[in-house]
Design a binder for this molecule. Structure first.
Ligand SMILES: NC(=O)c1ccc[n+]([C@@H]2O[C@H](COP(=O)([O-])OP(=O)(O)OC[C@H]3O[C@@H](n4cnc5c(N)ncnc54)[C@H](OP(=O)(O)O)[C@@H]3O)[C@@H](O)[C@H]2O)c1
Length: 314
């Protein structure tokens, strides 16, 4: 990416869950670009170091760095926001990707929340709000891209799924929560023309990706996935990375045009997904308020308040 003066401008992209699966595929595709620095966020320092070593070996030597953060601990998310704000004066893109998939039973985090709800959605809510100021400083056009699908609804009467839990229900609810989140963020930025615009949208992968999940699921599901792979119904993490990475580095105008939408890859190009369920402001607001209460964090509350009042910076 070249600046107006023709110098090479490094695009900085933070990828959550960049140590495995879809996130690793995207991180690899980005690190292969000479103009991109990938910040990988993950929960294991050892896997993080191995990922960064591999990215540096295959891409430009300064193309990657690591932030250790277990998204199942909100205290870790607060520390990660501090560390990223200390080490970076801006960010150009954030890929909200880390997530729990298959699980044999419901897990409650030390914050007292359903692990899927926290890792796949709520921790990212806090992380995103904490990093908006850096994204607003992007000269390239800040953006938040959320790995999402069209499935699921948010059960406001039982957000933590205490009455009825299945791993599919937990994954789908988090997907629905991410859709309400990017729609609300988009609405807030649209209503505040004095702020540098941060595009916020979802991305729906067009085919199932053969990821680390395959090592975690029961054998009968693995057998079915293996057959589907033979039939060409699954794609690799590198094919996934090649499709998704452009969303994180494309021009400001292209990114802005996607804001508030669910995007997919179809017939060889990135475009709006036709089957995105409608969202409404009342549910967006309800989830936003519930998320702020669950995070129970002064800085997050302050940022949210400032966003809601046009004319006030973060
Ligand atoms: N695979 C698909 O076809 C597909 C389709 C649509 C959407 N998705 C969504 O894509 C996202 C990634 O899925 P995937 O299939 O790529 O799964 P994956 O291979 O299991 O990768 C998940 C990533 O999230 C990280 N992660 C998990 N728990 C974490 C925590 N507590 N703190 C920080 N990082 C954590 C993992 O870290 P470790 O390396 O430490 O395990 C890993 O990097 C999920 O949100 C999933 O729902 C997947």
């Amino acid at each position: 990416m070249r600046s107006a003066r023709g110098r090479l401008r490094i695009v900085k992209v933070l990828v959550t869950g960049g140590t495995n699966g879809m996130g690793l595929g995207v991180a690899r595709a980005l690190a292969a670009r000479p103009d991109t620095h990938v910040v990988v966020l993950g929960r294991s320092a050892a896997r993080g170091q191995a990922t960064i070593d591999a990215l540096r070996a295959s891409g430009a030597p300064a193309a990657a760095s690591f932030v250790c953060c277990d998204l199942s601990r909100l205290a870790d998310v607060r520390s990660a926001i501090d560390a990223i704000r200390r080490d970076h004066d801006h960010l150009d893109a954030l890929l909200v990707n880390a997530g729990i998939g298959y699980a044999p039973a419901r897990v409650v985090t030390e914050d007292g929340l359903d692990a899927h709800f926290q890792v796949n959605y709520l921790a990212h809510f806090m992380l995103t709000l904490g990093l908006l100021e850096l994204l607003e400083r992007s000269e390239h056009g800040g953006r938040v891209v959320l790995n999402a699908t069209e499935f699921g609804t948010v059960g406001f009467d039982d957000l933590q799924l205490t009455r009825s839990w299945s791993y599919e229900a937990a994954i789908f609810q988090a997907m629905a929560a991410k859709r309400l989140f990017y729609a609300k963020l988009h609405r807030l930025y649209e209503a505040a023309p004095e702020r540098p615009f941060v595009s916020c949208f979802g991305f729906r992968i067009h085919k199932t990706v053969w990821t680390h999940q395959l090592a975690l699921i029961p054998w009968h599901m693995r057998a079915m996935a293996t057959v589907a792979r033979w039939l060409g119904q699954l794609i690799s993490i590198d094919e996934c990375g090649a499709v998704m990475a452009p969303l994180l580095v494309e021009a400001r105008e292209a990114s802005r045009a996607r804001s508030g939408r669910l995007v997919t890859f179809q017939a060889g190009s990135l475009r709006d997904f036709d089957g995105a369920p409608p969202t409404d402001a009342a549910r967006e607001d309800e989830l936003w308020d519930a998320s702020l209460a669950l995070c129970d964090d002064d800085r997050t509350r302050r940022i949210a308040r400032a966003l809601a009042i046009p004319g006030r910076g973060p």
